[in-house]
Ligand binder design. Structure first.
Ligand code: ROI
Length: 165
């Protein structure tokens, strides 16, 4: 079993529900188990500012799926939740699932770069990840603690969830 961190983000079509449905879908992946899910956070858009705030979270699963197969599944989940791939670069999206870390492996293929290229600078990845894995050390030997200490929150805050989501 390999432990895999997956970043979730949405800023269209009821983002909270998008993330909740996506978490359920991650919990139903074959040969996998959902171990942890962070709180849901509200974050300011990175990229064009004329789009809604995002809801972000990070999930930890353990899986026997190979990276490419896992990516097939996460892309299928994105597509099932209405993801349109033709929009502007860094435009709004109904659901983004990013494979952030795949165990301690570095992966460089046409389809997949792991660790995810932006994760070390993005507050909406680092803080939720820290919540579920405070002692994590990245494949480049940096600690989450170190990265967070140099990454401003930029308005990031936990969302108070009502139980009837
Ligand atoms: N901005 C935020 N705050 N959260 C995201 O998940 C997110 N995802 C993206 C871009 C458009 C880069 N901006 C984001 O893909």
């Amino acid at each position: 079993m390999i432990q895999v961190f997956i970043g979730l983000g949405s800023n269209l079509a009821k983002p909270l529900q998008q993330l909740k449905v996506a978490v359920d879908a991650l919990g139903s992946l074959p040969d996998s188990r959902l171990l942890k899910v962070s709180s849901f956070y509200s974050s300011q858009p990175m990229g064009p500012q004329d789009q809604p705030d995002y809801v972000n979270s990070v999930a930890l699963i353990e899986t026997q799926l190979l990276p490419d197969v896992l990516l097939d599944h996460t892309q299928a989940i994105e597509n099932e939740q209405g993801r349109q791939r033709k929009g502007e670069r860094w435009g709004p999206r109904t659901l983004d699932l990013d494979i952030l870390l795949y165990g301690s492996q570095t992966i460089n293929t046409e389809r997949l770069i792991v660790p995810h290229y932006g994760m070390q600078q993005r507050e909406f990845v680092l803080y939720p990840m820290f919540e579920i894995a405070p002692n994590l050390i990245l494949p480049n030997d940096k600690t989450l603690d170190d990265l967070i200490s140099i990454t401003p929150k930029n308005g990031l805050h936990k969302i108070q969830l009502s139980t009837d989501l």
